[in-house]
Design a protein around this ligand. Structure first.
Ligand code: SF4
Length: 272
């Protein structure tokens, strides 16, 4: 994997999530290359060969953090902060070290158990949380849509470990793949180890988009009977599939008191 360095862009970006003012993506591009990832539509490089990283990352991040008051920074909006390149580059770790030193905290979303490497840093932050995104029960199906990401088993084991050591945990069921993702079963399995569970839909924008073309290609091979239904559901915010799912989830939330955040009206988060 080629990692090219870029020096001309801000590392800390404004964050659209209501709880966080800033997000940080140590890398630009994501080796996980999940087929449904909407960031693929704006990819600047071919992620199978090249991703980008910020030149002088730690020095520049320190300078950007210096003028703002300590707060929680979100990681995982546009790329996975623990994609394979992080094992050697350690940019995410450098960012966490800085946050600890300066009294900041982190909310991290990933698909990788590499996050466990940094567990002692996470434990040193007040108000830190770590989440994993999952969208499938069946490992064979998962590997068709997310062939380069760690298995669900590894994600769940890491989540359990984080919960055990007292780090706040969450799961993002994202994207809900219509007629494929068994949302109820995932909630049941994950509720004991996730303090919060967020649910985001598969939401496509244009038929010409790369993520839609990827999903369509896998569906055509593995689930040919679903392709036409997907055209209607993935592009339709008010499709009955989503309305029915919302009712089911609201019932689960009120009956079981689960800490569910139902975000079916929104675009899925990237790491989901
Ligand atoms: S969905 Fe997340 S993990 Fe997958 S390619 Fe996109 S940024 Fe990477």
């Amino acid at each position: 994997m080629k990692v090219s360095l870029c020096s001309n862009r801000q590392i800390l970006q404004g964050c659209d999530l209501e709880t966080y003012a800033y997000q940080c993506d140590p890398y630009i591009g994501c080796e996980h290359r999940c087929s449904y990832c909407y960031v693929l539509n704006q990819a600047e490089t071919d992620w199978s060969r090249e991703i980008q990283a910020h030149r002088d990352f730690a020095v520049r991040l320190r300078a950007e953090l210096f003028p703002i008051k300590p707060q929680t920074i979100y990681f995982g909006m546009n790329t996975d902060p623990y994609q394979p390149v992080e094992e050697k580059r350690r940019y995410t770790r450098q960012a966490l070290e800085l946050l600890v030193e300066l009294g900041f905290s982190a909310c991290i979303l990933t698909k990788s158990d590499l996050v466990l490497r940094d567990i002692e840093l996470l434990q040193n932050m007040a108000d830190c949380s770590v989440g994993f995104s999952l969208a499938f029960q069946d490992e064979g199906v998962r590997s068709r849509f997310e062939p380069y990401a760690p298995s669900n088993q590894r994600r769940i084991a890491a989540l359990r470990k984080l919960k055990e050591v007292g780090v706040e945990t969450y799961v993002v069921i994202c994207p809900v793949m219509p007629y494929i993702t068994d949302v109820e079963t995932l909630i049941e399995d994950l509720a004991p180890i996730a303090d919060t569970i967020w649910i985001y839909p598969l939401r496509m924008r244009l038929e010409s988009d790369r993520n839609w073309q990827n999903v369509l290609s896998t569906l055509s091979e593995d689930f040919p009977d679903l392709t036409e239904q997907y055209r209607r559901v993935a592009f339709g915010r008010d499709h009955p599939y989503w309305l029915d799912l919302r009712c089911v989830l609201e019932e689960i939330r009120s009956k079981r008191g689960s800490n569910l955040r139902i975000e079916l009206g929104n675009q899925g988060s990237s790491n989901g």
